[in-house]
Design a protein around this ligand. Structure first.
Ligand code: ZN
Length: 112
């Protein structure tokens, strides 16, 4: 049976559109994959990214807890400094042994 020419044209153009869509998707996928580059090292890249993040976090914590503070060689020196501060009205300070530099620093945070 012969299809009316309208219907035939329609079905042809639909088929053409579908195949255009398919090839467009294939092109998009090729572009996408080209941008990704080699995926085989994606896990090691993610690991390195995590490491850099941890290092920056560690550096920021070290700066806050150690490098930005006065360092005292002994607990006694730190306690002298606390007493001196108290004499000037700065109370509530305690000291802690620094895990980074093994010296002593003052803090206003209560430590357990
Ligand atoms: Zn320190």
């Amino acid at each position: 049976m012969r299809l009316p020419s309208n219907a035939l044209r329609l079905s042809c153009s639909r088929r053409a559109m579908a195949s255009n869509k398919r090839s467009a998707r294939q092109r998009q996928r090729a572009v996408f994959e080209a941008q990704l580059g080699d995926m085989s090292d994606v896990f090691s890249r993610e690991e390195r990214r995590q490491e850099r993040f941890e290092q920056r976090k560690e550096a920021a914590l070290r700066h806050k807890a150690c490098e930005s503070k006065n360092r005292y060689a002994t607990r006694l020196e730190a306690e002298d400094a606390i007493a001196a501060c108290a004499a000037y009205g700065r109370v509530g300070l305690t000291c802690y042994r620094c895990a980074h530099c093994k010296g002593w620093h003052l803090t206003s945070h209560a430590r357990a």
